[in-house]
Design a protein around this ligand. Sequence first.
Ligand SMILES: [Zn+2]
Length: 370
Amino acid sequence: MVVTSTSGKVRPIDSTVLKPRARGIALRDIVTPATTLWYTVSVLYSDLGGGELRPRKGASDMSRWLLPLLASVVAIATMRPAAQSTALFSFHSSPWLNLHHFARASARGGPAPAGLSDAESRQWAAGVEFYKPYAARDLLFDDGMVDVKHALRGAEGKASLDGIAIDAGLKDTLERLMPIYRKHMWPEHERLNRAWIAAVQPLLERHGTALSQAITRTYDSAWPSDPVPVDLSVTAGPNDAYTTGPPTHVTISSSAPSLQGLAALEILFHESSHSAVSNLFQRVRQAASEQKVSVPPQLWHAVLFYTAGELTTRELKAHGVAYTQYAGPGLYANLCGAGCREKIAEHWTPRLDGKRSIADCLSALVASFK
Ligand SMILES: [Zn+2]
C-alpha cells in the first residue's frame, strides 16, 4: 500500500491508516521531551518567586551559559503547541469494509460491476443474493450490522478474514467475492478513497484546529483524546455518511458528489459531533421534557447540522472563502418542519456567538415549538 503523505512525499505503509498532522512536530511528540527539559532546568535553577528563574547558588560556570540556553530551548518548545495541532482524525481505506458496503448496495439494486468473466459473474451474483437479507438491514440502527462493520474494521490490511468474528456464511461470501472485487473494482474505489483523504488534508491543516475548538467551545465539551477514526467507503448507505459509537467511528462515502471539496470539512465535524462531543440528543430531549414540549424527533439533528454548517462557514469566511452549507432548506424542513431552520438560527446563534448558555438556548428553542 502506498499513500501520499501531507508533505507530498510518497511513502509505503503496512496498514491503510493515514493520520493527517500539522506540519512539523505534533503536540504529543514534544510534550514529553519539553516536560523532561523543563524538569532539568527547574532542578538546576531555583524559583525565586513570581515565576522568575535564577541560577542556584554554586551553579557552575558552564551552567551560567548552558542554563539560559536550555531555558530558551524550553521556551521555544513550550510555545510550539500554540501553533500546532494534534491529529483530529485517522483515515482508513479498507477493502473489506468497502466490499461489505458495496455488496450490500449491489443487493439493493446498485450497478453490477462490468468486465466480469462468466464464472466471476456467477460468483458475484451468488454473493449479491446472499447479501439480500443484509441489504434490508439498517447500517446504523441495526446493532448486528454495526457489529459486522466493527468486526471488519479489524481485518484492515489482512488478506483473509481469519479470526474476524462474523457469521460464517458472511465470511465465506466476502472471501469468495474479494478476488473479484480486488481485480475489477477495488483499484478505482481505493483511488476515490485516497483522493478524498488527500483533498481534505490541507483543509484540516488550515482549518481543523480552529473548527474543532469552535465545535467544542459551542458544546462545552472536549475533543476525543485519540483521533476520530474515519473509514472512506465507495458507498456508505442512504445518507452517504454515518457514525456509530461509542466508541465513535465514522464512515463516509468517497464517491458522493455532495461530500466533495469544502463539504468534506463540514461532514467530518458533523459526523464526529454525533457523539459526546455534542451530546445534543440528550440535551434537546432534556430541554423538551423540562417544559413538557413535544418537539420534532430530529430537532437535535437539525441543530447539529446547523452548528457544523455555520461554524464551517464562519471559519472559511474568516479566510476569505465563500461556502454553501451541506444542508439546505429542504433538509431542515424534512428534519424538523417548516420554519425550523429559522427557529434554530434565532435561538441557537447566541450559543455559536458564545453569548448564552447551551441550556438557555435550547430552552428557548424548545419553547418555540409550544
Ligand atoms: Zn448527522
